[in-house]
Design a protein around this ligand. Structure first.
Ligand code: CA
Length: 422
């Protein structure tokens, strides 16, 4: 639904929101949480505007500072809040003088996880990732027979979600390379990242009441960037028969800002399924999904090694891909997750799975880019990587552009690998 809040000509009295390169023009208005740097105060809900944030409760837009209040808003109330924020922050608004006191430069505060998350599920909708990784294990039949029928996922671990900028130690785990008989507990030698989007649930459903496909997006507040750090050597030994476990739950990094589905409305595309692929079962198919189920988001992964930092060099771009290549839409994930009556609640998180593109250089993990750890990647400064070294920092970014609309961005999702803890 396109409305006045998407008008490309709309500008803000917050001057930095009008600059070409900002991720947060007035057409975006993503939600996140902040507190004074160095304090232990409770997190406060805010909206980003240019290089600043507006504290929602302080400015009178919410009754409490708790993000849970925003997450629980029904769709109509969420749209009304966006319209009020857009009007109050636009050039010439009479609210400017009163709101200035509640505006804080983002680089002078601490940003946390965007919300409290009770449950986290990770899907596997990146078909190009599934094909590449499947081919490394099963060259003859890379995709398992269920892939094109059922959105594949597993229940992840919410306790180890961390905010962008958090460093974490290289994990230890049971390793059993093929040539040894007895596994041993060692630091992972094959630490990897996965570029994903996080789908943040808004109102949600009660246990036993499925969410129908065309209702699904009313229960999604928006998207974040998500890095599903993965220890490939731990994963290879532990994953059968129940799937990922300790290879994945040592850290998962989220970007600070939830970019709302309302902000993403101008960047929709039709959902199509190739005629020689199975068409979705009826509960995963609708005219609404076919018309505009897909969201176009350009995604990048960059790496800055310890040596690059020491020598004052910028990051190296590792890959570029787009969310439109995902095999299932976010509404299909919500409808599938709840079809058995499973309940989703405010702040619950669904990972999309690794969002690789079709070309080999569009792999959204090192597992793909290094061809299963066999072909080293050469960085611009001459360093090489099969997997991540200590000191490596991975940066995920995303943005949306379409003629006639203002570019919006998802911000950054950053994380750094520390040496294994003694
Ligand atoms: Ca994943």
């Amino acid at each position: 639904m396109i409305d006045a809040t998407h008008d490309a000509a709309l500008t803000s009295w917050v001057a930095s929101a009008n600059r070409d390169h900002t991720d947060f023009p007035i057409q975006n208005l993503p939600f996140g949480r902040w507190r004074p740097r160095g304090s232990r105060e409770p997190w406060r809900a805010a909206v980003a505007i240019g290089d600043s944030l507006l504290d929602l409760a302080g400015a009178g837009f919410t009754a409490t500072a708790d993000m849970a209040e925003v997450l629980a808003l029904p769709l109509a109330a969420r749209r009304a809040l966006r319209a009020r924020l857009s009007a109050a922050l636009s050039t010439g608004s009479p609210a400017e003088a009163a709101l200035r006191a509640h505006l804080h430069p983002i680089d002078q505060v601490e940003l946390g996880l965007p919300c409290d998350t009770r449950d986290y599920t990770d899907f596997y909708t990146g078909i190009h990732h599934a094909l590449k990784v499947g081919a490394l294990m099963r060259p003859d039949h890379p995709l398992l027979p269920n892939y094109k029928w059922v959105p594949i996922g597993y229940h992840g671990r919410a306790s180890s979600l961390v905010a962008s900028g958090t460093a974490f130690h290289r994990p230890r785990g049971q390793l059993k390379p093929p040539h040894v008989d007895i596994p041993s507990l060692e630091p992972s030698k094959r630490l990897d990242y996965e570029l994903e989007l996080g789908i943040v649930i808004g109102p949600g459903n009660t246990l036993g009441t499925p969410i129908a496909l065309d209702e699904a997006e009313a229960h999604v507040i928006g998207l974040t960037l998500l890095n599903d750090w993965s220890a490939r050597d731990v994963q290879a030994w532990e994953y059968q028969p129940l799937g990922p476990f300790l290879a994945k739950n040592f850290a998962t990094t989220l970007s600070p800002w939830i970019v709302t589905l309302e902000a993403l409305a101008p960047f929709r595309s039709p959902f199509t399924r190739a005629t020689d692929d199975p068409q979705p079962l009826p509960y995963l198919d609708s005219a609404q999904t076919r018309a505009a189920g897909v969201i176009e988001i350009d995604l990048t992964v960059s790496l800055q090694t310890a040596r690059m930092r020491a020598q004052g060099e910028g990051e190296a771009l590792l890959s570029r891909s787009n969310y439109h290549d995902a095999y299932w839409t976010l509404a299909q994930l919500v409808a599938h997750h709840t079809v058995n009556g499973c309940n989703l609640g405010p702040g619950d998180l669904l990972g999309t799975g690794t969002l690789s593109g079709p070309a080999p250089e569009q792999g959204a993990s090192l597992l793909e880019l290094s061809n299963g750890g066999k072909s080293p990647l050469t960085l611009p400064n001459g360093e090489t990587r099969l997997f991540l070294d200590d000191g490596d920092e991975v940066i995920l970014r995303g943005d949306c552009q379409r003629a006639g609309f203002r570019r919006i961005g998802l911000g950054e999702c950053r994380g750094r690998v520390l040496p294994v803890q003694n």
